[in-house]
Design a protein around this ligand. Structure first.
Ligand SMILES: *Cc1c(COP(=O)(O)O)cnc(C)c1O
Length: 391
């Protein structure tokens, strides 16, 4: 029994998935689900992608892991692509989003101490943000519900209002070394960063010579129609965190930095036993090649436009607001979204919560028009049934 085996951190429905193909999942009764969750923005290429499976299988046959005490060619290839397509200069590869954020915290702090002055260790984060669950990343996560059971947290973190430059200015002190922001607060309810705000933040960081960290763990790897959302925003961050979609289902993360930041980082200051091993690097190489070189960015832009068009045509009093960009879509309801998520699941459509009244649509990046049509049909039906009250 699941509940007698696992620590009770999730609260899962009574449902067991067995296989997947394209944008569909199948449970152990054979029921088919259209998946607009994609493992929480992870399965960028959908399920059971032949090329991806073969690349991983071939690497398993050759060599999976040698530790970061040695180099390997597939790691170099993966890092070259990350560097080239992101426009950043150096990469650190780890195993999850929260680890990518931990690395960003350490890189910002070491840069602060080495390059700005030894008291420069404070990091400013936004309220309502989500940056992960390990203690450092949790400290940045500006939501009391995640932090409360675990205080005291990391010293030297302050929170400001999102999309409010005045609030940020107030939070910055003489000890600040960095600001960390998401370009869409996804867990926080799919709230986009304003273009002008982000550029004001960049300007302010430049003036104060402090670092701008952009957390692209969820918004990255093609989901915005650009490899990274900061490219959509025409923004140049100093540090970028990336994970979720980067492995296409393989658990991994990465922290990307500029040359300037990299100069502060020396051997022994950070590391990971598994990070970027041959299998993980194969996944990064394959996913990046597919996303950037094989038409996925164009598909995201087209499907995004189509999805927003179709969502906006739904007539329901339960719909309050539809927002987002790319295949990062938030639908805010006038009611708690949990009930609608549950009804969609019954009808074979997977969607995920974001905030309380909002659900998010983060499908595989390879969806087609007919998948959108089907999702919209199920969603419209669920909303209409609920509104009529015969649920
Ligand atoms: C999911 C997420 C994280 C944490 O990633 P994990 O792989 O779950 O540790 C961090 N930041 C953002 C923006 C995320 O969406």
């Amino acid at each position: 029994m699941y509940k007698d085996l696992f620590v009770n951190t999730y609260g899962v429905p009574d449902l067991t998935f067995e296989s997947g193909k394209g944008v569909y999942l199948y449970d152990n009764t054979g029921k088919k689900y259209l998946d607009f969750v994609a493992g929480i923005a992870v399965n960028s290429l959908g399920y059971s992608n032949e090329g991806f499976k073969n690349a991983l299988k071939n690497q398993i046959d050759k060599l999976m892991h040698v530790s970061n005490l040695y180099q390997h060619q597939i790691g170099v290839t993966a890092a070259e692509k990350l560097k080239k397509y992101s426009g950043m200069d150096r990469v650190f590869i780890c195993n999850s989003g929260t680890e990518a954020v931990e690395a960003a915290i350490k890189f910002a702090r070491i840069y602060g101490k080495e390059k700005l002055g030894k008291e420069k260790f404070e990091i400013i984060s936004a309220k309502n943000s989500f940056h992960g669950r390990t203690l450092g990343a949790l400290t940045l996560t500006g939501q009391a519900k995640y932090q409360a059971p675990f205080v005291p947290l990391l010293p030297g973190v302050r929170h400001c209002e999102y999309n409010d430059i005045t609030s940020l200015k107030k939070a910055i002190t003489a000890n600040t070394c960095a600001v960390i922001l998401e370009l869409m607060q996804c867990e926080g309810g799919m709230i986009e960063a304003d273009y002008d705000y982000i550029h004001d933040v960049r300007k302010l960081c430049d003036e104060l010579k402090i670092l701008l960290i952009i957390d692209e763990v969820q918004t990255g790897v093609g989901r915005s129609g650009y490899l990274y959302s900061y490219q959509k925003y025409n923004l140049k961050p100093d540090i970028v965190t990336t994970a979720k979609g980067l492995g296409g289902g393989f658990p991994l993360g990465a922290t990307l930095v500029t040359k300037k930041v990299a100069t502060a980082i020396t051997p022994g200051t950070h590391g990971s036993t598994f990070g970027g091993n041959l299998l993980a690097s194969t996944a990064i190489d394959y996913v990046l090649t597919e996303v950037v070189e094989n038409g996925i960015l164009t598909n995201v832009k087209q499907m995004s436009k189509y999805l927003f068009e179709k969502l906006n045509q739904i007539e329901s009093n339960l719909l309050k607001n539809i927002r987002g960009y790319g295949l990062l879509v938030g639908v805010e309801l006038t009611i708690d979204s949990a009930i609608i998520i549950e009804k969609c699941l019954e009808k074979g459509l997977l969607i995920a919560r974001a905030g309380t009244n909002t659900f998010r649509l983060v499908p595989p990046l390879v969806i087609k028009k007919e998948d959108v049509d089907q999702a919209i049909a199920i969603l419209s039906e669920v909303l209409a049934t609920y509104e009529k009250g015969d649920n």
